[in-house]
Design a protein around this ligand. Structure first.
Ligand code: SF4
Length: 347
């Protein structure tokens, strides 16, 4: 048999890194694949927010591939992923994370990839019982079956707890050198990382994407509730990662930059949204996301914008509103008193 070839799902976290290494060390040719859904945590907030600028702005999937010395394929699945998020057959986890359907989708995409590129099998870093939703023992065969990968799917970190897969039966990998990790205890992974000399690795607390984040999920739900359909574009979900989101009226919300890095990032959206900032005082950049905006809406928006600037206690503040086409309008108002900003306006 020529050298077997495997594709490994690389999230940027430790488990996929270890799983890949275990198989690489058995002489298999391994390449990595990373799916970009638009919700990935990867670097975005660190890259945008000034206060996080000391943190390394690396793409952890690329960095993992570099550590392992393998090629990485980054695949844009933004459009296809919409159906996974909008109609998950197995529902959501604690927030808006459709983990089981997401895993199945990614493994199905990896299967398509190996069929097209003439590779032999798929590797994931899943561990039996590690995550309540997508890594339960009874779900492992369901994910393998529903993705269509069946026994072309090898989970090296827990393979000994599962029936032998084709790569094991065919001798492409030696089952006895695979692992039997299970449960939530991360110590075995950390010990294996130390054995391999991996000291610097990402450890996402809640999961690998923003959909596990409660505040982010609330913003997604708010967006869906105030639009005619739940469809979304990449820009929509990117903007949910920045700023304070305030919805004073059902027909519009304001995205208020919280600091310089976010203001800069949001400047890139001034041709898509009405944008507002105070000209008489320093203040944040604010994007207005809405429709059928009346003069009264604009006045209210300006009063809120003024509240977040240095003129918050002034009698009179001038706010400039810029339309997406570039025309501007100066609005002089009194900032809205803090007490009048209703708590339920904050998304
Ligand atoms: S945390 Fe996000 S990316 Fe990871 S399996 Fe769940 S839904 Fe998919």
């Amino acid at each position: 048999m020529p050298q077997p070839k495997a594709i490994s799902l690389i999230s940027g976290g430790l488990d996929s890194m270890l799983a890949t290494k275990v198989v690489l060390d058995q002489g298999v040719h391994v390449e990595g694949i990373n799916f970009f859904t638009g919700f990935c945590v990867e670097g975005h907030t660190h890259a945008i927010r000034k206060r996080d600028q000391k943190k390394e702005k690396r793409n952890n999937a690329l960095w993992t591939a570099e550590q392992l010395g393998i090629k990485l394929h980054i695949v844009d699945v933004i459009d296809e992923y919409k159906d996974v998020l909008l109609n998950p057959k197995h529902g959501y986890g604690a927030n808006l994370n459709p983990c089981q359907d997401c895993k199945t989708f990614m493994i199905r995409k990896a299967l398509e990839w190996i069929q097209k590129n003439d590779f032999d099998f798929i590797i994931t870093g899943e561990v039996v019982g590690q995550r309540p939703m997508s890594q339960r023992k009874d779900l492992m065969p369901v994910i393998a079956r529903e993705s269509g990968a069946n026994d072309l799917l090898l989970r090296p970190l827990c393979a000994k707890n599962l029936p032998a897969t084709l790569p094991e039966r065919e001798g492409w990998v030696r089952r006895e050198e695979l692992l039997d990790f299970s449960g939530r205890n991360r110590k075995p992974q950390m010990a294996l990382a130390a054995q391999y000399g991996f000291t610097d690795y990402a450890s996402p607390a809640g999961g690998c994407c923003f959909l596990t984040d409660e505040n982010y999920a609330k913003k997604v739900v708010d967006m869906w509730q105030h639009r005619p359909s739940r469809d979304y574009e990449l820009d929509d979900i990117m903007l949910l990662k920045v700023g304070r989101h305030i919805r004073p009226r059902p027909n519009f919300k304001l995205i208020v930059g919280r600091e310089e890095g976010e203001n800069k990032f949001m400047e890139g959206y001034r041709r898509q949204f009405i944008s507002l900032h105070t000209t008489s005082h320093n203040g944040p950049l604010v994007l207005l996301d809405g429709k059928d905006i009346s003069d009264e809406d604009l006045q209210l928006a300006a009063r809120i914008v003024a509240r977040f600037g240095q003129g918050r206690d002034a009698e009179s503040v001038t706010v400039q509103a810029m339309m997406p086409a570039g025309e501007t309008k100066d609005i002089t108002i009194t900032p809205i008193p803090a007490a009048e900003i209703e708590q339920d306006w904050y998304v």
